[in-house]
Design a protein around this ligand. Structure first.
Ligand SMILES: NC(=O)c1ccc[n+]([C@@H]2O[C@H](COP(=O)([O-])OP(=O)(O)OC[C@H]3O[C@@H](n4cnc5c(N)ncnc54)[C@H](O)[C@@H]3O)[C@@H](O)[C@H]2O)c1
Length: 443
């Protein structure tokens, strides 16, 4: 088995999902030799055929380029990923899912399984990297699990390297991050992690203890969620008083202590990160004896905000039974096919409960949406979606919706009512076209 003493690192990434596949491809792009492993054989088969299992802008070209260059490989098991082509992985990145449990805690069973697999397949010093989002002190559990299964007492270190990429801009975010957080427990682990990120010129490295790094991720996501819920609460006050949340957000955001990001009012956040990380952070806090009430409020504001469309629909259309509602956009955010915890799911469920007839359309996530949202008509495009609708609701602000021919859309609907849940359109322009137009927190 070859040993690697040069700047290139042999890496195994376990979990080839939104984070693992992007991380693996980008680490290969940085020059490392990477094997991406997934327990889903269909995913690996697709990747081996050059087909991307997820929709992510720019991913396919990075994957193909690095496969062609011999830096990126795929495997079905941790064993095959750690020992590939006669080489041994020096670092194993864990990028499996950490979904929420009923009580809000993170389900870490996939992390445990991978830790056991890594322990039984180590043949030399190995650095295990937590890439998945995990509660603080998960490193202790990984350490214990590996020790329990490490019959040859091989040396290892557990490090934390939380990922901050956003779906839709994941490749760019990985390669040009605001910062790279490295939680390390030994100089040897720190040296290897620095070697891995060395080719990422200009990236600010934040080197901390493992626990601090774990906490940085949960604290960051919870803070961003707080910002969103804060501006959504402000939007509600704007609606009740006639102020304009866009002007308020601009006036706030130009203050450098506040900053303009994440001050866009809308119908709330969803996705695989913010809702579950907020819950997990609240759960963790209560486990250590602190009632982090603020996080509970952030969640409650978000749950209320997701129902903004339902409330406005009832105000506008009275009884929803038998009314046709067009939902434009179903993914939890634009430029992704990800439907996990998308606000559209809760909105559709509430509208169906009230007897509304739903027509839905999403440019990319439609096939995933069909598996989750039942009992609605999935349209061929936005215009088909709007046909005969009593009201058109914009749920996800896809770029293509910004460019819709509004006159054509108007000619297709039953009533010219538009509820813009993402403040995508200009209110004055929409009204001049003939829409009865309402948006979040804007008069
Ligand atoms: N999606 C994001 O935008 C994002 C951003 C930052 C961090 N994260 C965090 O990264 C982690 C992964 O998220 P994701 O969105 O990539 O999830 P994902 O569901 O897209 O990917 C997880 C992959 O792990 C595979 N897997 C599960 N158990 C396995 C095992 N034992 N061995 C091998 N493969 C296994 C699954 O088949 C799946 O392909 C989560 O902790 C998430 O919170 C996600």
């Amino acid at each position: 088995m070859k040993n690697n003493k040069n700047s290139k690192v042999d890496i195994c990434v376990v979990g080839a999902g939104y984070v693992g596949l992007v991380s693996g491809a980008c680490l290969a792009e940085l020059g490392h030799r990477v094997v991406c492993v997934d327990s889903d054989p269909a995913k690996i088969k697709m990747l081996e055929k050059g087909v991307m299992p997820i929709y992510e802008d720019g991913l396919e070209s990075v994957v193909k380029k690095n496969v062609k260059a011999g830096r990126l490989h795929f495997a079905n098991s941790v064993k095959a990923g750690m020992h590939h082509g006669g080489r041994r992985a020096e670092a194993v990145f864990i990028a499996v899912g950490t979904p929420p449990r009923e009580d809000g805690s993170a389900d870490l069973s996939a992390i445990e399984k991978v830790s056991e697999d890594v322990a039984t397949n180590m043949t030399d010093y190995t650095v295990i990297v937590e890439k998945s989002t995990v509660p603080v002190a998960t490193c202790d559990w990984i350490n214990k699990t590996i020790n329990r299964n490490n019959s040859r007492h091989l040396p290892f270190d557990v490090t934390s390297n939380p990922e901050f990429l956003r779906e839709g801009t994941a490749v760019r975010d990985f390669l040009k991050p605001d910062r790279v957080v490295l939680g390390v427990s030994s100089p040897q682990a720190e040296a290897l992690m620095r070697r891995i990120y060395k080719p990422m010129k200009g990236a600010e490295l934040v080197v901390t203890s493992v626990k601090s790094a774990e906490l940085i991720k949960h604290a960051s996501n919870s803070f961003l969620s707080t910002k969103i819920s804060f501006i959504n609460a402000v939007a509600t006050i704007c609606e009740k008083t006639g102020a304009n949340v866009e002007d308020v957000a601009r006036g706030m955001g130009l203050d450098r202590r506040i900053g303009p990001a994440f001050l866009k009012a809308g119908i709330g956040f969803g996705g695989f990160c913010f809702p579950k990380d907020l819950e997990a952070f609240y759960w963790l806090s209560s486990q250590v004896g602190y009632d982090f009430e603020m996080l509970k409020t952030v969640k409650n504001v978000n749950e209320r905000q997701k129902m903004w469309l339902v409330k406005k629909l009832e105000e506008e259309l009275w009884n929803l039974e038998g009314k046709t509602i067009a939902l434009l956009g179903l993914a939890f955010k634009p430029e992704t096919d990800d439907m996990r915890f998308a606000p559209s799911i809760d909105i559709a469920r509430e509208l169906l409960k009230r007897g509304a007839k739903l027509r839905g359309y999403d440019p990319v996530s439609q096939e995933n949406a069909k598996k989750i949202i039942k009992g609605i008509y999935f349209a061929a495009d936005a215009y088909d979606c709007a046909k005969g609708a009593d009201c058109v609701c914009l749920v996800t602000e896809w770029h293509e919706f910004a460019k819709l021919d509004q006159k054509k859309l108007l000619s297709l609907v039953k009533h010219p009512i538009m509820l813009d849940g993402r403040n995508l359109y200009d209110p004055a322009k929409m009204r001049s076209l003939g829409w009865t137009y309402m948006s979040v927190g804007r008069p």
